[in-house]
Design a protein around this ligand. Structure first.
Ligand code: ADP
Ligand code: MG
Length: 255
């Protein structure tokens, strides 16, 4: 540990649910400019860790630093303003909103809901809103879903919802984006598109921390990869190192 330029750093993070220790003294760093992967068997504590890092769960102990600043006591939307944004394993349905409205609200409760943007009508847009609409359109184009802009979110497929969730996350220009299983339940064609988008954004400097169950996907995309098991960091290494590590193989076989 001790990376040159860590966007995200945790030290000694702990979380227990009753007697179950879901996060056990977890310290790791995500270096700026990387696509860092996070894997581990079911129940290893990956989603819990994301919730601690993004502020959706309160930790029992430990600290979270973003760009060298301690954000441990901040709310999720405040962490988003500091540059840390996350998506959810199961995208929320964005009840009643069209894709355009969802984009203008931003990544949801995390970034702080703007009630105003929920109710704006097309003929009362300010200059700022025009800028937001332009940005929303550009992001939708980038993720190749611009044709869905007037679609009610209730009519989107699971994969389209994942893309809207991704596009929304970028409305706040995050320094680090946390993705929880971005291709879970997504068809192989769309999964490949998502991989390409992530890669392109990374080439432009975007840092990612990605939890993913799909091994070929994450091994192809991420480096380094952090392995969690039973709430602890088991190891960190290149995809090659992780795939050949006895402890990792054992953790997966042991269930
Ligand atoms: P993963 O994402 O790696 O599959 P999770 O972080 O979802 O693992 O879960 C880690 C452990 O914590 C599991 O044993 C799970 O049952 C438990 N857990 C997660 N969230 C909660 C919660 N809100 N309440 C109680 N137990 C939880
Ligand atoms: Mg999970």
């Amino acid at each position: 540990l001790g990376k040159d330029d860590a966007v995200l750093k945790t030290s000694g993070l702990e979380k227990a649910f009753g007697g179950l220790v879901a996060t056990d003294d977890v310290s790791f760093e995500v270096e700026r400019g990387t696509i860092t992967g996070m894997i581990g068997p079911n129940g290893a504590g990956k989603s819990t860790l994301f919730n601690l890092v993004s502020g959706f769960y309160e930790n029992d102990a430990g600290r979270v630093m973003v760009n060298g600043e301690d954000v441990t006591d901040l709310e999720p939307y405040e962490r988003a303003r500091k540059g840390l944004v996350r998506t959810f394993q199961t995208p929320r349905r964005l009840e009643g909103m069209s894709v355009r409205e969802a984009m203008l609200v931003g990544p949801g409760p995390q970034a702080g809901e703007s009630i105003f943007s929920l109710f704006f009508s097309a003929d009362e847009v300010t200059r700022e809103e025009r800028a937001n609409i332009k940005q929303a359109r550009e992001l939708l184009e980038r993720f190749e879903i611009a044709h869905l802009i007037d679609q009610p979110s209730t009519e989107l497929s699971g994969g389209q919802l994942k893309l809207v969730e991704l596009a929304r996350a970028f409305t706040t220009n995050p320094d680090i984006l946390l993705l929880d299983e971005p291709v879970a339940g997504v068809n192989p064609t769309l999964a490949n598109d998502i991989k390409r988008f992530i890669r392109e954004l990374n080439e432009e400097g975007q840092t990612f921390l990605i939890i993913e169950h799909d091994m070929p996907f994450i091994m192809d995309l991420a480096d380094p990869i952090i392995v969690l098991d039973q709430g602890k960091v088991l190891m960190e290494g290149t995809p090659e190192e992780v795939q050949t590590d006895e402890r990792v193989i054992e953790a997966y076989l042991g269930g």
